[in-house]
Design a protein around this ligand. Structure first.
Ligand SMILES: Cc1ncc(C[n+]2csc(CCOP(=O)(O)OP(=O)(O)O)c2C)c(N)n1
Length: 633
């Protein structure tokens, strides 16, 4: 492996060496990811495919696009990044996802699912326009990502365009959690149908024999293949019906066979789909056995395969996602109208807790955020109470569904936005920083964020009590601060904030968990003789107007703090209030600036954005200094 810096080096290897390379690549990924955590099992499953593609195709001249991109570690290592792979997902290190600004081998920026077919088609059409249709364009998409509607939009369009495009369907029969939906059954059907496979094998055999006879024979081979396939397969194969030529299923761990097949497919024009069967976690027994846990396992022992959970010396408060999961189960036991919905994140969101106990009232709808929202709208219109749990960054793609299908009809859909705010090492594609801005401008929407686990519970409780229209509750990745959180429910008055600290020098207004950082900063300021007020506003919409009036009458210096983009966010709502009501305090907004933030730990990123506790203190002191200066002058 050490001889392979770029794909050009790999092309010099013999078949035996290529097989060895796969083994070494696996070992390298196991070694590095066990101590520097990241996505794991998915990359192991596509090692042979990665090597075969870089052997057969000529990247970056040919274009290889990875869907989601969490499985592209092998690709990164073989395309000039072996020596920096240990910096994967670390602050200022390489990204955990393909990123064009990082490498010319990363054709298209990814992190969210189901984009590869559309993007690849766009690239293929563009190459046609530029008379460069000899360049191959390949999209690699998993069976999980094929549950996303965008993938079907891409297939539908590609089948019509008839452009050269190869879609490789990496079918391992799992997403993060077991894959769901009818498509999964369908893929299993074609992979196991005896008649289908007999016909397919005969076609492959025939094609192989004819191709050896030269270029003219190849043309005939294609015609025969088309003819035979249209007779035998068109009726029974969904992809063929969409004008794709379907090949497979092929064993995705048989490197030599994969190389042969890809070579053949290079010569076949038009849209094609190659269906390969692989095992997620291949080569690391614990990952093969426990694919969900090893999707992104954190640190693990590379010898025993044990995931390392460092026991904390003190009792640890629960993660917000678990507070959501336990609370939803508790509420669902009391209110039988409650339904839990997740687009393919049942473990990640902890909806799994309710799923295990009340499976008939929970739905994993696949990687289909748009559908999850409209499906929830349908449930709500019939009087059920859907808790639609979607990661903040993934719900971005459901914006019209939120507006048109939920808010416009004022439906009681409760949006629980997990991973809201800066998420850390997943980076720019996954930061959930836009939701405050895009939720608060939708009529009828209640926009809230709890500062701790107890508030999260009570907001969830409040949201299901009666129909108050759409209700958004955002909470971050990671742990809360309260140990004793499972207290009896109490209703929170909609649009009411709370005063946490009384002081005269300035006021902090915070929304959500970031209020805990503000509380720490307040302690530091008190220590330095500065006395701030602190308000946990709880709601961005409706705003607590009477509280705000009191604050603006008292304070001429105000700092707003939010774990989200400043543009259009919570601080903007406060400034709008100030302008609309004729106040004129000096307001400084802290939050995520108007730029995409890369990966790092959450603390590193809070610091970068200027809202860790030290930065908050510095801002407060500067404001006070400026005020004194302007009063003196
Ligand atoms: C829009 C969107 N929703 C959810 C996710 C979270 N996610 C990342 S990988 C993944 C599973 C992908 O499954 P599959 O495509 O089959 O790839 P595999 O990991 O099985 O190789 C999910 C749900 C995402 N990245 N993007």
């Amino acid at each position: 492996m050490n001889k392979v810096e770029y794909p050009s080096d790999l092309k010099k290897l013999s078949p035996d060496d290529l097989i060895l390379l796969c083994e070494e690549l696996r070992g390298f990924i196991i070694d590095v990811v066990s101590s520097n955590p990241g996505h794991f099992a998915s990359s192991l499953g596509v090692i042979e495919l990665t090597v075969a593609m870089h052997y057969v195709f000529n990247a970056p001249h040919d274009k290889i696009l990875w869907d989601v991109g969490h499985q592209a570690y092998g690709h990164k290592i073989l395309t000039g990044r072996r020596k920096v792979f240990h910096t994967n997902r670390k602050y200022k290190g390489i990204s955990g996802f393909p990123k064009p600004s990082e490498s010319i081998f990363d054709v298209f920026g990814v992190g969210h699912a189901s984009t590869s077919i559309s993007a690849a088609l766009g690239i293929a059409v563009a190459l046609n326009h530029k008379n460069q249709s000899d360049r191959q364009v390949v999209a690699v998409i998993g069976d999980g990502s094929l549950t996303g509607g965008l993938a079907y939009e891409g297939l539908n369009n590609a089948g019509m365009e008839k452009t050269n495009l190869l879609v490789i369907l990496n079918d391992n029969n799992i997403a993060i959690d077991p894959n769901t939906g009818a498509m999964k059954e369908y893929l299993l059907d074609i992979a196991t149908s005896k008649t289908y496979n007999r016909v397919r094998n005969e076609i492959w055999h025939l094609l192989g024999a004819i191709r050896k006879l030269g270029p003219n024979a190849q043309r005939y081979a294609q015609q025969i293949e088309l003819g035979v396939k249209s007779i035998f397969l068109k009726q029974s194969n969904l992809f063929e019906s969409l004008n794709f030529r379907y090949f497979g299923p092929v064993d995705g761990h048989d490197l030599i066979r994969l190389i042969d097949v890809l070579r053949d497919l290079k010569t076949i024009p038009g849209p094609k789909i190659l269906h390969i069967k692989t095992k997620k976690g291949k080569g690391f027994p614990e990952a093969e056995l426990n694919q969900t846990a090893f999707h992104a396992p954190g640190k693990f022992d590379k010898i025993t395969g044990k995931i390392i959970n460092i026991p904390s010396s003190k009792p640890q408060p629960p993660r917000y996602q678990d507070v959501f999961g336990h609370t939803l189960l508790e509420l669902a036991r009391k209110n039988e109208k409650i339904i839990g919905i997740t687009p393919a994140m049942s473990t990640g969101s902890s909806l799994r807790i309710m799923m295990d106990q009340i499976p008939e009232r929970t739905y994993d709808v696949g990687i289909a955020e748009q559908h999850a929202v409209t499906f929830s709208a349908g449930l709500a219109i019939e009087g059920l109470v859907p808790f639609c749990n979607i990661y903040s960054s993934f719900i971005q793609r459901s914006y019209d569904q939120i507006i048109h299908d939920v808010a416009l009809q004022n439906l009681q859909v409760i949006f629980c936005l997990d991973r809201a705010g800066l998420v850390g090492d997943d980076g720019a594609t996954h930061h959930g920083v836009f939701d405050i801005s895009f939720m608060r401008n939708i009529p009828n929407m209640i926009v809230s964020a709890p500062m701790d686990a107890e508030e999260l519970r009570n907001l969830m409780y409040t949201a299901q009590l009666k129909n108050q229209g759409p209700f958004s509750i955002r909470y971050p990745k990671g742990y809360g601060i309260t140990l004793d959180w499972q207290k009896p429910f109490s209703e929170i008055e909609i649009g009411k904030g709370r005063e946490l600290r009384k002081g005269d020098d300035l006021a902090f207004l915070s929304i959500g968990h970031v209020g805990n950082i503000v509380a720490d900063a307040c302690d530091m300021l008190e220590h330095d003789g500065i006395h701030p007020s602190h308000y946990d506003m709880r709601f961005v919409k409706p705003l607590d107007e009477s509280l705000l009036k009191k604050i603006f009458r008292k304070h001429s210096l105000i700092i707003t703090v939010e774990d989200g983009v400043i543009s259009g966010g919570f601080g903007c709502a406060i400034i709008e209030f100030m302008a609309d009501h004729g106040f004129n305090s000096r307001v400084k907004r802290l939050g995520v600036p108007d730029q995409f933030i890369d990966h790092g730990t959450q603390e590193e990123l809070y610091h970068e954005c200027g809202f860790d506790k030290n930065a908050i203190c510095t801002t407060a002191k500067e404001m006070i200094k400026l005020k004194v200066f302007s009063e003196v002058n």
